[in-house]
Design a protein around this ligand. Structure first.
Ligand code: ZN
Length: 131
């Protein structure tokens, strides 16, 4: 083997490694079918530890998402309390309107957080197939 062939194959491996970085083993593509799962399955799932690929239906999850899940649960608790306090201030008399206000506030505050979490997971964590 000449030196040129050696460096050539190293170059190929490097290109393959870059290509893999963009498809298999990242936070965007299903480990089973290699298609981009998008943001919606992350939204739809209660937690990033239990997702389903929208293309092939495989059960998948984000590896090393424990801290993210802990932060999400903390955020839900904090936002629930905040929404409860604000709903009580806005609608002190009517209990059913207050409940709807509470839900609307919670969703309105949660959506940007969930979106940020989904973006973070897609860029910084890896998808794994369950089991
Ligand atoms: Zn899939």
């Amino acid at each position: 083997m000449t030196i040129d062939e050696g460096s050539g194959s190293r170059g190929d491996n490097f290109v393959k490694a870059i290509a893999n970085e963009g498809t298999a083993g990242d936070g965007k593509h299903c480990p089973k079918c290699a298609r981009d799962i998008g943001i919606w399955p992350i939204f739809k799932a209660a937690l990033p530890s239990s997702l389903r690929c929208p293309h092939c239906g495989a059960r998948i999850h984000y590896a090393d998402a424990g801290l993210v899940i802990a932060a999400m649960l903390t955020a839900v608790a904090g936002l629930s309390y905040l929404a409860y306090v604000v709903a009580n201030k806005l609608v002190p008399e009517n209990a059913s309107v207050r409940l709807w206000t509470f839900c609307a506030l919670l969703v309105a505050m949660w959506v940007p957080i969930e979106y940020a979490v989904a973006r973070f997971l897609r860029q910084n964590r890896r998808l794994r197939a369950d089991g």
